[in-house]
Design a protein around this ligand. Structure first.
Ligand code: ADP
Ligand code: ZN
Length: 750
């Protein structure tokens, strides 16, 4: 008898099951086991031993699912790595990593059989082995073509297809052979052909792709990436918007596919998937597999199982969960827009960052990794400037396109001079009119998702910050106090500006709907579209809006973050950022970095073709460093300044930030528990612990929430920190009175 450790898709440790040696089951296989009294689960065999563990009664592995293992040893290492680093169980990784249909569970075995799907397969056909040489076939055809012309024609066709498709073993997809079932059956009966069922192969397998020729700058960048890869480094491709990073990816992808290895291209959002796929499709026609949550469950399940049986040479474009697809021979991982916060999963566990996992996978599989962005995260930038990554810069747009001109428009001054109409300065309105009169288009950006109630002086633009944490304070209505969401510092909401001492403090914030409404009043002749969470409720709605704007059926597009994401609208010559202040005042230590990234991305939408675009940024703080860096398009200056601040306050990338969130319906119990946990943590980590404070979203679904932050300086042992943290958490969880308090640990929280 053998014994197998099996991972189940639960927040549980692994369990041991007995394994009948007659059952051909190996490590990495999916199996069915019974867990609990009446539930059957799919589990993954993690290890097998012949030593019987000490449990009195072991349940058996019931059967094996699928004809191939679901996990390679490398994928097992990745899951273990994620569970350890992000402090969860391997079972929780499994829960997120496998699509639902690939891990069926049920209350009875027969129900389970109905649930499970098999990898999609197709029939392949080849000539009998002794007929696979050209001479043998020619001899056979000569002899029989007169009496059985149809038969020899089909055989010729099979041989021709095998050559055409470069099939190593002579097998070709049956569907390509134009012959009916009776005819094929006869070939088989006569021993002239053999048939087998195998995984569906991608539509084409050719490797001579028609690639765009690169500009000199692009070629230099590609060479620099190669040089980095050859010395085993991750490459950070820092290329301004429109520099043609995609074309560089294309060259790397083509090369990897030609080697028969897999390529994974990660994008931060579904909407970007379809645009990128369209562009890649022109080159890698019929070769691309997409993966994201809007696909049907069946499609995701089939994709997963098909890849598990693939022999390599796959091109996958997907969102963060695509890192869990069972690639057999990964050779290249591209993380586009690597700075994007969407790469981090916040709920549920594992709270992983797919960008960082791409780097880990690169090491595990010995695959090349490229991180691309016009505004790299400071984490990646520091890795690149310190020499850990290869740093590759593309500073010019491709072709004749030039970067847009940036106009800073002072809202306070505009008010004083009567040059402001509701939320628009005349600067912006004039530029929009210029564009529209020339038959061009405009985009207006207003950040609503990130709206947090802050106050600002309407005279000098000042808004209060926490003296300890360097983040903007948030106004709390109930208490009428300003509060720091990191350490809990509070102060009364000032009536008089602490900076210029004028009594002119105002609560700020407005949304895209308001903007669209106002602009249609100010420019009644303009055709306006709005793109935000409310209008793009489905992919179809989203595509329709984008299509109407792209095809020139609309003049002005008003939108949130969504409009910043990699669109290539040719006709846009004016871009307006309505309120840069609310980007700068986000209650987050990354506010400046995020504001810079967002504004640069929005600006990148202007003048993508020939005409020089204009970007108008409305702000009450025209001399704010971030605004000046955007105006100058100076990423390096932003990064240097921001890194100094981060270093002074001990924030990432100079530390790892772990956020603990506690939840409970009973406010007092939650308070006691969070203080108890914070105290336990302080005993181990001292001043690295901040909080507890009430969370940014104080109440969620009837539960109160509190947060504690732990900063572990870079270079310290994260392994040791995690062990100490686990001890502290377990001590509180083990305390009877706090048993019902839920504690969530988010490592490298954003
Ligand atoms: P990025 O992703 O860096 O913002 P893109 O890859 O979108 O830039 O390129 C901007 C535009 O320039 C696209 O329309 C693209 O097709 C074009 N382009 C870039 N490089 C080339 C090239 N080598 N050959 C042809 N067109 C290119
Ligand atoms: Zn604070």
């Amino acid at each position: 008898m053998l014994y197998a450790q099996v991972v189940l898709p639960l927040a549980q440790p692994m369990y041991t099951f007995s394994l009948d040696e007659g059952l051909a089951v190996g490590v990495g296989d999916a199996v069915v086991v019974q867990f609990g009294s009446s539930r059957f689960y799919t589990g993954i065999v993690w290890s097998i031993t012949s030593e019987r563990p000490d449990y009195p009664r072991l349940k058996p592995i019931i059967k094996r699912l699928y004809s191939t293992p679901l996990l390679t040893p490398e994928a097992q290492r990745l899951w273990e790595w994620i569970a350890e680093y992000y402090m969860c169980t391997v079972g929780e990784v499994m829960r997120v990593a496998l699509p639902a249909l690939a891990k069926p569970s049920a209350t009875s075995l027969s129900e389970l059989d109905e649930r499970s799907i098999e990898p999609p397969t197709e029939t392949f056909i080849a000539l009998a082995e002794e007929l696979r040489s050209e001479e043998a076939l020619a001899a056979y055809v000569d002899k029989h073509s007169r009496r059985a012309p149809r038969r020899t024609e089909t055989m010729d066709r099979i041989a021709a297809l095998a050559i055409e498709r470069g099939s190593d073993d002579g097998f070709v997809p049956r569907r390509l052979v134009d012959a009916d079932a009776v005819h094929i059956a006869e070939l088989k009966r006569r021993g002239l052909a053999v048939v087998r069922t195998a995984a569906v192969e991608p539509a084409t397998h050719k490797s001579d792709f028609l690639l765009p020729s690169l500009s000199e700058a692009q070629q230099r960048a590609l060479d620099a990436i190669d040089k980095g890869h050859n010395s085993g480094k991750v490459a950070l491709l820092h290329g301004v918007t429109g520099s043609g990073k995609t074309e560089i990816y294309v060259h790397l992808i083509a090369r990897t596919l030609a080697e028969g290895r897999d390529v994974l291209v990660l994008v931060p959002e579904i909407v970007i998937t379809s645009q990128l796929v369209e562009r890649l499709e022109r080159i890698f026609e019929g070769r691309i597999t997409t993966y994201h949550s809007r696909l049907t469950a069946l499609r995701r399940g089939e994709t997963f199982l098909r890849l598990a049986t693939s022999s390599g040479g796959e091109l996958i474009v997907g969102v963060r969960s695509a890192i869990f697809l069972p690639m057999r021979r990964p050779g290249l991982i591209v993380v586009d827009e690597e700075h994007d916060a969407n790469y981090k999963q916040t709920e549920p566990a594992p709270r992983y960052n797919a960008r960082d996992m791409a780097v880990v996978m690169g090491r595990l599989y010995n695959a090349h990794v490229v991180l691309g962005s016009a505004t790299p995260s400071l984490e990646s930038y520091l890795n690149a400037t310190s020499g850990k990554y290869a740093y590759v810069e593309l500073t010019e747009r491709w072709g004749d396109a030039v970067l847009p001109e940036v106009v800073i428009s002072d809202t306070l001054r505009a008010v004083k001079r009567n040059e402001r109409r509701t939320h628009f300065n005349l600067d912006l309105l004039q530029n929009m009119r210029l564009s529209l009169e020339a038959g061009e288009q405009a985009i207006l950006f207003q950040n609503r998702r990130g709206y947090a109630p802050y106050i600002q002086c309407r005279t000098c633009g000042y808004s209060p910050r926490c003296p300890h944490c360097n983040v903007t304070l948030t106004r709390h209505k109930a208490t009428n106090r300003m509060e720091c969401h990191y350490c809990g510092y509070t102060m009364p909401t000032p009536q008089v500006c602490p900076n210029c001492e004028v009594q002119d403090m105002a609560l700020m914030g407005f949304g895209t709907e308001k903007v669209a409404e106002e602009i249609s009043r100010l420019m009644p002749e303009a055709r306006i579209e709005r793109l935000d969470g409310d209008t793009s409720t489905s992919e179809r709605a989203f595509k329709q809006i984008v299509h109407r704007f792209e095809s020139g059926e609309a003049d002005i597009l008003v939108g949130t973050q969504i409009v910043t994401k990699g669109f290539d609208f040719g006709g846009v010559t004016t871009v307006g950022i309505l309120n840069a202040d609310n980007l700068l005042t986000m209650p987050d230590f990354r506010a400046s970095e995020r504001a810079f990234q967002l504004m640069m991305q929005v600006a990148g939408r202007a003048g993508r073709r020939n005409d020089r675009g204009r970007v108008v940024i409305q702000t009450s703080q025209p001399s704010h460093p971030v605004i000046r860096f955007v105006a100058a398009g100076d990423y390096h200056a932003m990064a240097r300044t921001e890194l100094m601040e981060r270093s002074a306050f001990g924030y990432p990338p100079y530390s790892h930030l772990v956020r603990l969130t506690l939840r409970h319906e009973d406010y007092n119990l939650l308070r006691y528990a969070s203080h108890c946990l914070a105290d336990a943590m302080r005993k181990k980590f001292g001043g690295r612990v901040v909080g507890p404070v009430s969370a940014a979203l104080e109440m969620l679904r009837g539960e109160h929430r509190a947060e504690i932050i732990l900063k572990i300086e870079a270079g310290a042992s994260m392994q040791r920190a995690r062990r100490l943290l686990r001890e502290a958490v377990e001590a509180v969880e083990g305390d009877k009175q706090y048993k019902s308090v839920k504690i969530v640990v988010d490592v490298d929280a954003l």
